[in-house]
Design a protein around this ligand. Structure first.
Ligand code: ARG
Length: 567
């Protein structure tokens, strides 16, 4: 595809000798609206070299610049040189590229040969997988897909919370009150019940906590068969339940190595810290003092010698470096853990590993219900699985009304219902807290998943009715209505938006952009007749419909959302 920004740079560099092209490119701006051109070059930076006022420079340069076939107009406004793209060229280059590249339109190979790890979801076993976890799952899955689309060799990691004191509690609770058969009928809920009961009774009876610590220690020492067997069983049945949810979301992981996996890798790490003289004793525990970095100390071992969440994360990072030799190692984890990740990174740095800088924590804000924060302890849990089921059910009801004759209604309702939840999740900047709202989620109007999916299906139906073929020769100059050009401009921008969303680790850029594309498409659809016009124009418009459908589908795909052809 023609890179018009680069063409702006070429034009400028022919008349400005002293600046490198990279620097010129950094200076190019996008004006706030198209009446002012597609690109603007500000001349402030040239004032020193030219020893003149920026607006005089702009005035002089404009006379010398030749826009050639790429720009129809170049004019100066104050200190700016504004470039107006030749819309025939724009249309041709966008539509030809989409037709040629199809679902690959927007992808690159900038990541070729480089490994990117994306760790996401990472729920805790025997604690519920609730709507709070969906954020990490959905954002992480999208980032994974975006990196892959840019040619990176990408791995999806699930750092299961399959270790730690809660396992001590579970084993102790199971031994007191548990029934294997009952648990197996409904593992997540039954294990949660045990966990909650244990915590409650421990408030009265301190010795229970001691028991839990004992069992975790046994587990960690690895000699007690009963502890190991129970742990394995609990992990297996829980993972099976998690996988049901991942299947509904269409998410796959390359690895489920959780916290337990790092258990036997820690002595070596602790030894290394000792050798590097980083550890201090404090009330029997081992810590890394981080006071000079304005942080509380990182706890490495407890007084009974058992390790902690942070220790396991350090061991995990070292293992990943060794095992994958990553280019980037990304952690999609709630902003509540900001301090943990800051301490963790500092410790790795202090160990002397410069790859600490390639480890990136991608935080996100909280989800709340319309009536307050979600929490396991307050009992206000919303299970993700229930949310997805409810979304699918409600969608099915809507489908029955809107399109009762639709084939495979159930399948489509699943794609739309689940997609709606994911879309809402990915619409806002990830760092913002957000309120989960059923009302908005499933609406076919406005900035929602169903709206964008519906636009895709509408485009598909036009293509089917128009008996459209990609082989047809197209006269691109026929597309000249404002609503057509606006849509084409948005399609042109798509590849740039994808790269931007990758660099900023922000899937919402894509969500918003495809929503804009859907809006522009519907505007075009309402103002420009497609099937009823004469053949040449119809074919040109159908190519635009095809390009829109393709880009929306790719965009939804990068968010992890399906694009049904009919709905
Ligand atoms: N299991 C943790 C939780 O649910 C999240 C794990 C995040 N990943 C990590 N490497 N620490 O809170």
């Amino acid at each position: 595809m023609i890179d018009f920004k680069k063409q702006v740079v070429n034009c400028i560099s022919e008349v400005v000798q002293n600046l490198e092209k990279e620097e010129l490119e950094r200076l190019v701006e996008i004006p706030p609206n198209y009446d002012m051109g597609d690109y603007a070059f500000p001349c402030f930076r040239l004032a020193k070299e030219f020893k003149k006022a920026p607006n005089l420079i702009a005035e002089e340069l404009v006379e010398k610049i030749d826009g050639g076939k790429y720009f129809t107009e170049i004019k100066n406004v104050g200190p700016y040189i504004n470039f107006f793209v030749n819309t025939n060229k724009l249309t041709e280059t966008v539509l030809e590229s989409v037709v040629e590249e199809k679902e690959k339109f927007g992808s690159t190979d900038i990541g070729k040969g480089r490994k990117v790890l994306v760790e996401f979801s990472s729920p805790n076993i025997a604690k519920p997988f609730h709507i709070g976890h969906i954020r990490s799952t959905v954002i992480g899955n999208s980032l994974y897909k975006i990196f892959k689309f840019q040619g990176f060799d990408t791995e999806a990691l699930n750092h299961l919370g399959d270790y730690g004191t809660q396992f001590g509690m579970l084993i102790a609770a199971y031994k007191k009150w548990g029934d294997r058969k009952v648990i197996e009928t409904d593992p997540i809920n039954e294990l949660l019940k045990l966990y909650v009961r244990f915590n409650k009774e421990a408030e009265e009876d301190e010795s229970l906590r001691e028991e839990a610590r004992h069992w975790f220690k046994e587990l960690e020492d690895g000699e007690n068969e009963e502890a190991t067997e129970l742990w394995q069983w609990i992990r297996d049945i829980s993972l099976k339940e998690f996988n049901k949810v991942y299947d509904m979301l269409g998410i796959k992981f390359d690895s489920y190595k959780g916290e337990s996996f790092y258990s036997d890798k820690m002595p070596k790490v602790i030894e290394e810290m000792k050798e590097k003289d980083m550890l201090e004793e404090s009330e029997g525990a081992m810590i890394v003092d981080l006071e000079s970095y304005n942080m509380p100390p990182a706890l490495i071992t407890k007084s009974d010698g058992s390790t902690l969440y942070a220790t396991r994360d350090i061991a995990a990072a070292m293992y990943r470096k060794e095992h994958y030799d990553f280019y980037k190692n990304i952690y999609v984890v709630a902003s509540e853990q900001n301090l943990h990740f800051k301490q963790w990174k500092k410790v790795i740095e202090l160990m002397g590993y410069d790859w600490a800088n390639d480890c990136i924590h991608v935080p996100f804000g909280m989800v709340s219900l319309e009536d307050g924060k979600l929490s396991t302890r307050q009992g206000k849990v919303v299970f993700l699985e229930d949310v997805l089921n409810k979304a699918v059910e409600s969608t099915l009801a809507i489908m029955e009304e809107r399109n009762p004759d639709l084939e495979n209604k159930e399948e489509v309702a699943k794609q739309v219902g689940v997609g709606a939840v994911m879309f809402q999740e990915l619409f806002n900047n990830r760092i913002k807290d957000y309120v989960f709202s059923w009302g908005k989620l499933l609406s076919f109007e406005g900035e929602t998943g169903p709206y964008v999916q519906y636009t895709h299906a509408r485009a598909n139906s036009l293509l089917e009715k128009g008996e459209f073929s990609l082989e047809t020769k197209i006269d691109y100059s026929l597309l000249k209505e404002n609503d057509e050009i606006n849509l084409i401009r948005l399609l042109y921008k798509f590849p740039e938006i994808v790269v931007d969303s990758m660099e900023k680790l922000e899937p919402s850029f894509i969500t918003r952009h495809i929503t804009e594309i859907a809006k522009a498409f519907n505007k075009f659809y309402n103002s420009c007749p497609i099937l009823s016009v004469e053949e040449e124009l119809r074919n040109a418009r159908l190519i635009l419909v095809f390009a829109t459908k393709t880009v929306i589908k790719t965009g939804l795909g990068l968010l992890g959302i399906e694009a049904p052809n009919r709905m």
